[in-house]
Design a protein around this ligand. Structure first.
Ligand code: MN
Length: 399
């Protein structure tokens, strides 16, 4: 559908129509070496520090702007929409547009704390069946609370950053003792991350209903996972070095406001969760995800199938009184649907190596080889039939 609502030309099928306006941090050209905040529209980036004349967009990350709160986010979005929609603003605004191909995109946020959840029942059942074949695939707590762990904020990297294969201890079920060396079972987890914009006070839980006051927007996230290191280390305290070497996120943060049309009523949960995890009208998001491995699309996980919702996760991670900071990032957990072609990790797609995938080049894969590239994309319905794209998160494995 051609875009008719902006004077900026937006190609058909673009991820970035005027209904989206995701925020990122970029540098461009010789004279613009300071990273600044921009919004993507079509094939271009609008430099907000220039267009709006506000230094909050020249700080090198979104954090200062996000800390201003929901009112400022709405006002800014309304103003940018007006500037890009009304022809009369074109002469003053056009000089602040930069071609996407001329910009370098940076990590959009200074990541404060990073939490990763485990919210897909399909994923949890698959992994449970693989790792604990003799027991119930779901642990007894799974349907009572959104399970998660605190990850490593300092190793969250922007899309395009090479991922160095981690070394660590590995011990297979048949091995008498652990050995040390490069991971042989390097994997991905296709996830959606929520970027927290505004802080909360220590000792004050954030109710699920306050989600939109704190959540600034969403990114795509790849939780790179070394399954051999993970399998040996994770009992009894959970993921550690098998996860902390790198987590990639997409450079564009899609504002929550751009996803209004993607909201869906969420199915009733059984058993009914405890009071603090209930909301009047539970909602999920209709995001369609696509995972590409060396150019072959290997899976299309549906985010609408997630069991626990983002507002429940926010309520749960603060219910003990833990505070939020601007720049906190929490991820959904691997997004897997019920079908084989909807699984969000290679562990599941190739069933722990026993059912390798065949890629377009004829190569067979169960886990990542050096030189492999994985790209995750997603889109959602926007207002007026628009398509809200997330851009992509991509990474290549290096030895
Ligand atoms: Mn994960």
């Amino acid at each position: 559908m051609p875009n008719t609502r902006s004077w900026v030309p937006v190609p058909d099928g673009s991820d970035f129509p005027i209904e989206n306006l995701p925020y990122g941090v970029f540098t461009a050209g010789g004279e613009r070496l300071t990273p600044r905040v921009g919004v993507a529209i079509g094939d271009q980036v609008l430099d907000l520090s220039g267009a709006l004349g506000d230094d909050v967009f020249a700080t090198g990350s979104l954090n200062a702007f996000m800390a201003q709160g929901r009112g400022a986010w709405s006002d800014t979005r309304r103003r940018i929409t007006e500037l890009l929609a009304e022809e009369r603003h074109r002469p003053e605004i056009e000089p602040h547009l930069v071609a996407m191909e001329d910009v370098r995109l940076h990590l959009p946020i200074e990541v404060a704390d990073y939490v990763d959840f485990y919210a897909s029942e399909h994923h949890a059942r698959n992994v449970g069946s693989i790792f604990r074949p003799d027991g119930d695939p779901l642990t007894p707590n799974w349907k009572h609370l959104p399970i998660g762990y605190h990850g490593r904020a300092g190793t969250v990297v922007v899309s395009g950053t090479p991922v160095k294969r981690p070394h660590g201890q590995r011990k297979g079920p048949q091995d008498a003792a652990p050995t040390f060396g490069p991971s042989r079972r390097l994997d991905i987890e296709a996830e959606v991350g929520v970027v927290v914009g505004t802080a909360s006070a220590l000792g004050h839980p954030v109710p699920a209903g306050d989600f939109a006051d704190h959540a600034f927007g969403l990114v795509l996230l790849n939780d790179w996972s070394a399954r051999d290191i993970q399998a040996w280390e994770y009992v009894p305290l959970g993921p550690f070095l098998g996860k902390s070497f790198a987590t990639s996120i997409s450079p564009w943060v899609v504002p929550l406001e751009a996803l209004e049309a993607a909201r869906l009523p969420h199915p009733t949960q059984d058993p009914e969760p405890l009071e603090y995890l209930r909301s009047e009208e539970p909602w999920g998001l209709d995001l369609s995800i696509e995972i590409e491995w060396n150019g072959t699309v290997v899976s299309r996980p549906p985010f609408r199938q997630m069991y626990w919702t983002a507002d429940q996760q926010l309520a749960h991670m603060t219910v003990n009184g833990a505070s939020l900071r601007s720049g906190d990032l929490f991820a959904s957990g691997t997004v897997s649907g019920p079908e084989r072609t909807q699984r969000g990790s290679f562990l599941e797609l190739a069933w722990n190596g026993s059912e390798p995938l065949r890629l377009a080049g004829g190569e067979e894969r169960a886990f990542l080889e050096d030189g492999d590239t994985v790209t995750i994309r997603a889109s959602a319905p926007g207002t007026g039939g628009a398509r809200i794209g997330f851009g992509e998160v991509t990474g290549t494995i290096v030895p």
